[in-house]
Write a protein that binds this ligand. Structure first.
Ligand code: ZN
Ligand code: ZN
Length: 406
């Protein structure tokens, strides 16, 4: 039964009708169309979904780090701030969007918005920006120097050991290494003092003082509010995302569905074929997205106990088996519905009969023809009740009116 239906459906997808199988080339064109449309639909879905505010956009990572985890300390805050302030300066890629883009700031939680606006003000201050650039340069130079210094120090240490072991005098070599080490040490000291100086200047800037005050005001209520709103956003987002995506996918599916129904009614073979493909193509992302949401949500929000038991027994795999079985079931149901509601062969045959066409190939029959001159299909058979000739495609005998068994 299911096998037969699958076969029929396969026929819908791969041939115009039983007598006119698609040429290989036409099939290639249609499959290329399928792939292209599938690609466009997924791409469109992505762009469409990006308009939603995700939890990570609502409370950005940096905002969480500063105001929830309290990770910015006096020791590291300048370098953390430096990363944010110089982000626009260091990222020149075309794909890069600034953290301070107004559309991004608009999506944020009010508290995070305040935080990012303060940083934006800092990064727009030419004097501060230049100080940060100099600081970054100094750090690069210092790091290069420090690694060179370590190498020299290693050489010095081994030479010193050799010297003791062999009791040999390599005074010249040792002293030259030692003096170059002293130079380097001094140079690193110089870098350190320059860095400290710039950090002092930065900390003296009003805008930065204001930011430190904003971060340090140990506002427990603010932290609680942020956590609550972030959790809420995380909880609601999957539902919102699914609804939003369906808003994009369902109209497309409905459009192709009605096109399919109309093509069947009009018995337009090529349109039936293409609409059948498009119905499948537009159904794939719907199926995919619903499945993904259900998979994401069920372990996290429902049946928590059930999952704890599965995890404790190390049989979480069972859940995935269930999911695979359920998705096969859903696909079968979907194909059954498409087959019965839209591409029902019996209904199509009745329509052809009503219009005086061959029930098999759909071409117009000459009056009183009992066989089709185009495909050779018999149009009539004997009624099992009255044994007189009647139409094969009909539900009832044209002579006695008794139902015909199919
Ligand atoms: Zn025919
Ligand atoms: Zn009859």
């Amino acid at each position: 039964m299911i096998r037969q239906r699958m076969l029929k459906f396969k026929n819908r997808l791969f041939r115009i009708n039983d007598e006119e199988p698609l040429s290989k080339l036409s099939l290639c064109v249609i499959i290329a169309l399928d792939l292209f449309i599938l690609f466009v639909v997924f791409q469109g879905l992505d762009d469409h979904t990006r308009q939603l505010t995700s939890p990570a956009e609502y409370v950005p990572y940096e905002c969480r780090e500063v105001l929830i985890q309290n990770n910015w300390t006096e020791a590291n805050r300048i370098s953390k701030l430096q990363n944010l302030v110089l982000a626009d300066y260091n990222n020149y890629s075309y794909q890069y969007t600034s953290q301070f883009e107004s559309s991004r700031i608009q999506k944020m939680h009010p508290v995070c918005r305040e935080f990012f606006k303060k940083i934006q003000a800092i990064s727009q201050d030419k004097k501060i920006l230049d100080l940060f650039k100099t600081l970054a340069q100094l750090e690069v130079k210092k790091n290069q120097f420090t690694s060179g210094f370590k190498e020299t120090k290693d050489v010095y240490d081994t030479s010193l050991l050799e010297n003791i072991a062999e009791n040999d005098t390599k005074e010249d070599k040792l002293s030259s290494i030692s003096s170059s080490m002293k130079d380097k040490e001094q140079q690193i000291e110089l870098f350190n003092s320059q860095i400290l100086d710039i950090e002092k200047q930065l900390n003296a800037e009003d805008k930065i003082k204001d930011l430190w005050a904003f971060i340090q005001s140990e506002d427990a209520a603010r932290r609680d509010l942020l956590i609550k709103d972030f959790k809420n956003s995380e909880f609601r987002y999957p539902f919102k995302e699914l609804l939003w995506q369906m808003l994009f996918l369902l109209p497309l599916f409905i459009l192709f569905y009605f096109w399919g129904v109309r093509s069947v009614a009009k018995d337009a073979k090529l349109q039936i074929l293409i609409s059948a493909h498009l119905i499948v193509i537009s159904f794939i992302p719907i199926f995919f997205k619903i499945l993904k949401t259900v998979l994401d949500l069920i372990p996290r929000h429902f049946f928590k106990k059930f999952f704890e038991i599965l995890t404790a027994l190390h049989i979480v795999a069972i859940w995935h088996y269930l999911v695979i079985i359920a998705s096969i079931g859903c696909a079968l149901i979907a194909i059954y519905i498409i087959q019965n509601k839209i591409f029902n062969k019996h209904r199509l045959q009745l329509k052809r009969l009503a219009k005086g066409k061959c029930y098999h190939c759909g071409k117009n029959l000459p009056p009183h023809a009992t066989s089709c001159p185009f495909c050779g299909a018999d149009q009539q058979r004997n009624c099992p009740t009255c044994n007189q000739r009647t139409f094969i495609a009909g539900d009832y005998c044209a002579r006695c009116g008794k139902p015909l068994e199919s």
